[in-house]
Design a protein around this ligand. Structure first.
Ligand SMILES: Cc1cc2nc3c(=O)[nH]c(=O)nc-3n(C[C@H](O)[C@H](O)[C@H](O)COP(=O)(O)OP(=O)(O)OC[C@H]3O[C@@H](n4cnc5c(N)ncnc54)[C@H](O)[C@@H]3O)c2cc1C
Ligand code: FES
Length: 302
């Protein structure tokens, strides 16, 4: 049986109008540039997490530095190593880069010993971002588990900075214990000034805890979701976003209106070393932010 090759001129198809970006070159700009930064402030959030404020030393470079909510940086502590960290702050404030860092191993333990004035290097920003323009006019559901609130702070600020463009905003946040809760000093501001609806839950309460107890999915009983008008951003461990996204799907939110961030061990952050690959997908360039439909179709992504 012979197979006839279609005779269409594929070069004339609209999607072939430009040269294909096979090597993702358009997304690999500024990848080798290292910004020299100084730690200007450190906020102790819990026993395990600190918020670091960095300032790019060169005022010209500092003015030009921008990022989109959901992107990450490669943070270098000279002599110890370089690690990927999500940007946890407002993209509108250029003179301060916020990074919330949990003690995990070699580099992060040393960072927790750093003082104000310590010099660090920063490359980036890297990766995909939450498509907040696409969410304009909709309700936004921001859902975080544990350290997941760190990357979520960037869209929390963004939506407030463009508040009139979005409808109702709800934050659902769950941690293991009350002492693991991050950024609790900001909840009042997010609720009363930003006009966000905030829901908290912990799995293991202590004697002072008066709030909800259980898994984060139990907060769905408190939040009224209009599936036709809602986008969701879900950050946390894969086991959590799997349950959360399945629940959101059951209430009628399509999977391509839910966005999650994928974490993988990373080395270069720029699509060169292949350390972060899932199949043929580079988590550092094609992610870390992905819609849940894409994640579900990516074998072994979660
Ligand atoms: C895109 C992205 C964004 C991230 N954002 C943040 C953030 O905002 N705040 C934060 O505290 N951490 C974040 N991480 C995780 C952070 O990069 C790791 O904790 C860090 O690299 C650990 O380095 P280390 O030298 O201290 O630990 P190591 O000595 O290298 O390892 C210590 C332990 O941490 C585990 N680990 C190391 N890297 C990762 C990783 N990428 N994912 C999961 N486990 C890992 C190791 O398996 C080991 O058990 C992010 C990771 C990625 C990929
Ligand atoms: S971290 Fe090197 S290719 Fe993604």
């Amino acid at each position: 049986m012979s197979y006839e090759i279609p005779r269409e001129n594929i070069a004339a198809e609209p999607f072939m109008a430009g040269p294909p970006d096979f090597n993702r070159k358009s997304r690999l700009m500024q990848t080798d540039k290292v910004y020299e930064c100084m730690i200007t402030n450190i906020v102790e959030l819990t026993d395990m997490e600190k918020l670091f404020h960095l300032k790019i030393m060169d005022p010209g470079e500092s003015r030009l530095f921008t990022f989109r909510p959901g992107q990450f940086l490669m943070l270098e502590l000279p002599g110890f190593g370089e690690i990927p960290i999500s940007i946890s702050g407002s993209s509108a404030i250029r003179e301060r880069i916020g990074l919330c860092i949990r003690k995990a191993g070699k580099v992060t333990n040393m960072l927790h010993k750093a003082r104000i004035g310590t010099k660090v290097g920063v490359r980036g920003p890297f990766g995909t971002h939450f498509p907040l323009e696409r969410m304009v006019g909709h309700n936004i559901l921001l859902i975080a588990g544990g350290l997941g609130l760190a990357p979520l702070r960037a869209p929390i600020y963004w939506v407030n900075e463009h508040r009139s463009e979005y409808a109702d905003v709800a934050i659902m946040y769950g941690t293991k214990r009350p002492k693991d809760i991050l950024f609790d000093y900001q909840f009042d501001m997010w609720g009363k000034i930003y006009n966000y609806d905030i829901h908290l839950i912990v799995e293991e309460p202590d004697e002072n805890w008066k709030g909800r107890v259980g898994l984060i999915t139990e907060l769905f009983n408190e939040v009224d979701i209009d599936p036709h008008r809602t986008y969701a951003i879900v950050c946390g461990p894969p086991v959590m976003f799997k349950f959360v996204c399945n629940h959101l799907n059951q209430v009628g939110i399509p999977m391509d209106r839910m966005f999650v961030t994928l974490e993988r061990r990373m080395h270069c952050g720029m699509g060169k070393c292949c350390r972060c690959m899932v199949g043929s997908t580079f988590t550092c360039v094609d992610g870390p932010v992905m819609d849940y439909w894409t994640v579900m179709n990516l074998k072994e992504a979660i």
